[in-house]
Design a protein around this ligand. Structure first.
Ligand code: UDP
Length: 472
C-alpha cells in the first residue's frame, strides 16, 4: 500500500452555495495533493456538477445520491436549512451503500456543515472524518459556541438586545445575529446546536477562509478553553476556494456589453442564486441606481410579494420582461448606461472583468469570495442566513464594503441612501480607499493558496499527510 493515493469521499448538501466550495476542495485535493476523490452530491443532477467542473478531472468522480421524499417527515413551512438537514439525514443509508460499493475504500469522509450526521457512517467504515465549514471562521465560532452558551449571555443578548459575546472573537452585533439564534425552540436553532456539538468530534475542521483574513477568530478557535470545548480538534483554514473563470466561457450579450464599458465603471447588482426583494425595495433600488448615474448590470428577479409574476417572467422574456417590476420608463431611461438581466448572469466572469468596479451583493460567502479574489469593492446588502455577519465583517472589520445604515432585511432602503452608497464605492475618495483595501485582500488570498509556503496550501498538505498516514 506504500504508493497508494489517499482516497477522500466528499459529501455536498443540496444547493450551489455548498456544492461550489466542496467541488473546489475536491479539485485542489486532486490537483495539488495527489488524492483520488469521490464527490457525493445529493439531489443534484450529476451533469450540473460536471458543467461546473468545466474540464475533466480524471481522479475526481461524481456520484449522485437519490432524492429522498421528506414531505411526510417535515412541516412544509420549515426553513430551507431544516429541510436540507432532514434530507441529508434521510440520505445516510444510501451514502453508506454507495461508499461500500466503491472499488477502493475511501480513507476520509469530508462533509459540509449540514452533513455531520454522516460521521456515524465514517466511524463504522473506519474512515477519518472531517467537516468543511464553507463559510467564515467567525460563523464557525458561533456554531461551535452556541451549545455552551451561558444563560446570562443569552438573556443579555436576546432580552437586552446586546451583542452576542463569543470568547476570544469579535462579538456579533444584535442586528447581525442569525434569526434562528434568537429563538431557542426554533427547529433550525436546535439543528445548529446539534451540529455545534458534533463538529468538535471530527478529526479536523476545514474552513473556507485564510489565516490573514481572520487571524483573531482562527486563534480563538485554536484556543480550546476560550470556546469552552471539551474535544481538541484541529482547524484548517483552506480558502479562499471560489469558482474560477472557466477556460471556455461562451461569449454572451452581458459580457459583450461589459467589454464596451470603461475600466472599473460598472456596478454589478445581484442577490445570489435565489435572493429576491419586495416590490417597494425594487422600486427604490431602481431609482437609486438611476440617480447615481453610474453604469450597472442588475440581475432582476420577480419581487417576493408578487406571486403571480414567476409564471410570466423567464429568461426568454429578456430585459423587457423585467420592466413590469420596475418604475415606469426605467429601462428606456437607463438604456445607455445599464443592463437588466433576468434571473441569472455569468457572475464569476462579470466580477473578473476589468470593466466591473463594484458589486452590490447579498453577501453569500461564495459571492463575497468571488468579489474579493477579483479585487471588487462591495455594497453589503444581506438577506438571510449568516449574510448579516458577513456584511458586518466586510464593512466594519475589513473595510472592503459599505452598507445601509440599518439592516436592509428589516426596512426599505431609500433611493437617496442607495444613490449615496453607489456613488461612495464607485467615485468617492472613500471608495478609492475601499478599492485599495480589497485589492490588498485579493493578494493576501492569492498568497494563502500558493504552493510555496501558502498557509491554506499548507493546511491541506497537513490533512493529506494524516490521510496518507492512515493508509499505512
Ligand atoms: N451566481 C451566478 N449568477 C447569478 C447568481 C448567482 O453565477 O446570477 C452564482 C455566484 O457566482 C455564486 C453562487 O451562484 O457562486 C451563489 O452563492 P452564494 O454563496 O453567494 O449565495 P447563495 O446563492 O448560496 O445565497
Amino acid at each position: 500500500m506504500q504508493n497508494a493515493k489517499p482516497h477522500a469521499a466528499l459529501l455536498a448538501s443540496p444547493g450551489m452555495g455548498h456544492l461550489i466550495p466542496v467541488l473546489e476542495l475536491g479539485k485542489r485535493l486532486v490537483t495539488y495533493h495527489g488524492f483520488h476523490v469521490t464527490l457525493f452530491v445529493v439531489a443534484t443532477d450529476v451533469s450540473t456538477t460536471q458543467s461546473l467542473l468545466e474540464e475533466p478531472y480524471p481522479n475526481l468522480n461524481v456520484v449522485n445520491l437519490p432524492l429522498v421524499d421528506i414531505s411526510g417527515l417535515i412541516d412544509p413551512t420549515a426553513t430551507i436549512v431544516t429541510k436540507i438537514i432532514v434530507m441529508m439525514r434521510e440520505t445516510l443509508p444510501s451514502l453508506r451503500s454507495a461508499i461500500l460499493a466503491l472499488k477502493s475504500p475511501p480513507t476520509a469522509l469530508i462533509v459540509d456543515l449540514f452533513g455531520t450526521e454522516a460521521f456515524a457512517v465514517a466511524e463504522e467504515l473506519n474512515m477519518l472524518k472531517y467537516v468543511f465549514d464553507t463559510s467564515t471562521a467567525w460563523f464557525l465560532a458561533i456554531t461551535i459556541y452556541v451549545p455552551t452558551i451561558d444563560k446570562s449571555v443569552e438573556d443579555e443578548h436576546i432580552i437586552q438586545k446586546q451583542p452576542l459575546r463569543i470568547p476570544g472573537c469579535k462579538s456579533v452585533p444584535f442586528d447581525d445575529t442569525l434569526g434562528a439564534f434568537l429563538d431557542r425552540n426554533d427547529q433550525t436553532f436546535i439543528e445548529f446546536k446539534r451540529i455545534g456539538i458534533e463538529m468538535p468530534m471530527a478529526d479536523g475542521i476545514l474552513m473556507n477562509t485564510w489565516e490573514d483574513l481572520e487571524p483573531t477568530t482562527i486563534g480563538a478557535l485554536r484556543d480550546f478553553q476560550m470556546l469552552g470545548r471539551v474535544a481538541k480538534v484541529p482547524v484548517y483554514p483552506i480558502g479562499p476556494l471560489a469558482r474560477p473563470v472557466g477556460p471556455s466561457v461562451p461569449r454572451n450579450h452581458v459580457l459583450n456589453w461589459l467589454q464596451k464599458q470603461p475600466n472599473e465603471s460598472v456596478i454589478y447588482v445581484s442577490f445570489g442564486s435565489g435572493g429576491t426583494l419586495s416590490s417597494d425595495q425594487m422600486t427604490e433600488l431602481a431609482w437609486g441606481l438611476e440617480l447615481s448615474k453610474q453604469r450597472f448590470i442588475w440581475v432582476v428577479r420577480p419581487p417576493i410579494d408578487n406571486d403571480a409574476s414567476g409564471a410570466f417572467f423567464n429568461l426568454a422574456d429578456g430585459s423587457e420582461g423585467a420592466q413590469k417590476f420596475l418604475p415606469e420608463g426605467f429601462l428606456a431611461r437607463t438604456r445607455e448606461v445599464g443592463l437588466v438581466v433576468p434571473m441569472w448572469a455569468p457572475q464569476v466572469e462579470i466580477l473578473a472583468h476589468p470593466s466591473t468596479g463594484g458589486f452590490l451583493s447579498h453577501c453569500g460567502w461564495n459571492s463575497t469570495l468571488e468579489s474579493i479574489i477579483n479585487g471588487v469593492p462591495m455594497i453589503a446588502w444581506p438577506l438571510y442566513a449568516e449574510q448579516n455577519m458577513n456584511a458586518a465583517m466586510l464593512t466594519e472589520e475589513l473595510g472592503v464594503a459599505v452598507r445601509p445604515k440599518t439592516s436592509a432585511s428589516e426596512r426599505v432602503v431609500s433611493r437617496a441612501e442607495i444613490e449615496m452608497l453607489v456613488r461612495k464605492i464607485m467615485e468617492d475618495e472613500e471608495g478609492f480607499e475601499i478599492r485599495k483595501r480589497v485589492k490588498e485582500l485579493k493578494y493576501s488570498g492569492e498568497k494563502a493558496l500558493r504552493s510555496k509556503g501558502g498557509s491554506s496550501y499548507n493546511s491541506l498538505s497537513q490533512i493529506a499527510k494524516h490521510c496518507e498516514h492512515s493508509l499505512h
